[in-house]
Design a protein around this ligand. Structure first.
Ligand code: SF4
Length: 458
């Protein structure tokens, strides 16, 4: 049961010492009740109060981290229904599922493709997060071994308890010890076991406890889910993952939304766990991708897919990146002077803002054209050129300030500064701010920059 701010306040030291960063204990209590701060910020709270408050202070969606050999995928810990209210914190973990009865070469190729895949998106490396291995009448241990021989990305193991037991009991299969020493980063790992249901939950809970694993619970309805998670929690398993049995778009949306709403709005602990969606159960690869996209947008903590192809892997990753970016903070690059293709003192200085997509658009066009330039990225709070100009974050004074701050004049002998075409109106003011510099107005679109450099900057 959630405690009110007043109830929490009564358990705090009530000294108003401000060490938590809040002016009064009451202000801190209110924030604690709203799950916006951690109790650990108060250094003087008594052990007794800590014990009493731990339930109230616990995040509404329990954070669970699957990990292996230094790879980690965190789910849960979310505090809002809609990202514009604050932000979503734990990007959906994407797992490729392989089966123990598929030809071993096909299994290896599929796993290798995921292990090798990484893509640069505006300076951020994106990749899938792990492998799910499902028993399907084949040699489960051999399948897990084959996966482990290729990658130590985090694992989801899907099998009945008796099959899981044989694999989990063999450290050579599931643990990091078989890694070559040079590539082993950490022996710390947490696997997700699936699925506990009304029939097998006791055996599955025992396995999860014995092997410190997380446990995915599956039930036909949310009522049955609540009954199961409460039993499993009482049996001593804390790291629980909810897997709605619904697989279609409508059912998944309803189950995921209800689960998140109950966890956040009612602090209903029995549903306060990350959600696993099995998009791979869809009838077609296209529907699988749609279900995965839906899960990324609507509360899926982990998603299992049966197909991996760059043409669908990439858009899912970009979607995830955008959903899990703080909407109040555009993706930014560090302001500074960047070199494109190792420029010299005669090469021009292009100016842009520190909105990542703007930066990478200009840099990629110039770099791929094989041209040499300096790129001055100004501090504009992550806004694009036009937005920053309209908001007064990209003006002559700021540009001149950054030219001096990053000592651009020391890098070039031929002082040519190229402004984005959309801000041609600034050229006169920049000339006044930077005497001795030749101010040029470039094109409006990044794609036209190479042509402009070849024709105008000669
Ligand atoms: S640190 Fe603790 S005692 Fe001090 S003001 Fe904050 S809540 Fe009160």
């Amino acid at each position: 049961m959630a405690l009110s701010g007043i109830q929490i306040y009564k358990m705090l030291p009530q000294t108003n010492c401000k060490e938590c960063g809040f002016p009064t204990c009451l202000a801190f209590a209110m924030k604690l009740a709203a799950k916006q701060v951690e109790l650990s910020l108060c250094p003087t709270v008594s052990e007794e109060a800590k014990a009493q408050l731990s339930e109230a202070a616990a995040p509404p969606v329990r954070p669970i981290t699957l990990k292996s050999n230094g790879y980690e995928v965190l789910s849960g810990n979310e505090v809002v229904m809609f990202r514009h209210e604050k932000k979503f914190f734990s990007p959906t973990g994407l797992f490729l599922r392989v089966y123990d009865n598929q030809p071993v070469e096909a299994l290896r190729q599929a796993v290798q493709a995921v292990a090798d895949y990484t893509v640069d998106y505006v300076g951020i490396d994106l990749r899938w997060d792990g492998i799910a291995v499902q028993a399907n009448g084949g040699d489960f241990a051999a399948a897990v071994t084959a996966v482990r021989a290729i990658t130590h990305l985090p694992l989801i193991l899907i099998a009945p308890p008796d099959v899981l037991k044989t694999v989990l009991g063999n450290p050579q299969i599931t643990q990091i010890t078989q890694m070559e020493e040079k590539s082993a980063k950490s022996a710390d790992q947490k696997i997700l076991l699936a699925f506990a249901d009304a029939e097998n939950w006791q055996a599955m809970a025992e396995l999860a406890k014995t092997h410190q694993a997380a446990l995915a619970v599956q039930a036909g309805t949310l009522d049955e889910m609540v009954t199961l998670t409460e039993k499993i929690k009482a049996a001593g398993v804390d790291d629980i993952v909810i897997t709605p049995a619904q697989r279609g778009l409508h059912g998944t949306l309803l189950a995921n939304s209800t689960t998140r709403r109950m966890a956040l709005k009612q602090t209903f602990r029995a549903l306060g766990y990350p959600i696993l969606n099995v998009a791979g159960d869809a009838a077609t690869p296209e529907m699988e991708t749609m279900l995965a996209a839906q899960a990324i947008g609507k509360y899926g903590g982990f998603v299992i897919l049966d197909h991996f192809a760059p043409e669908t892997a990439y858009p899912l990753l970009v979607l995830r990146q955008n959903i899990y970016t703080d909407p109040q903070k555009p993706i930014q690059v560090q302001p500074g002077l960047y070199e494109i293709n190792n420029p010299g003192p005669e090469d021009p200085v292009l100016v842009t803002t520190n909105f990542s997509i703007t930066y990478f658009s200009v840099a990629n066009e110039v770099e791929s054209a094989g041209l040499l330039a300096w790129l001055l990225v100004t501090e504009s709070e992550g806004m694009s050129v036009l937005t920053a100009w309209a908001a007064g974050k990209f003006d002559a004074e700021r540009i001149a300030k950054d030219v001096k701050r990053f000592e651009v004049g020391n890098k070039v002998s031929r002082k040519r500064l190229v402004l984005p075409g959309h801000t041609a109106v600034l050229s006169g003011e920049v000339e006044e701010e930077l005497p001795g510099w030749e101010i040029k107005v470039g094109p409006r679109e990044a794609v036209d920059v190479p042509k402009f450099m070849k024709q105008v900057l000669v």
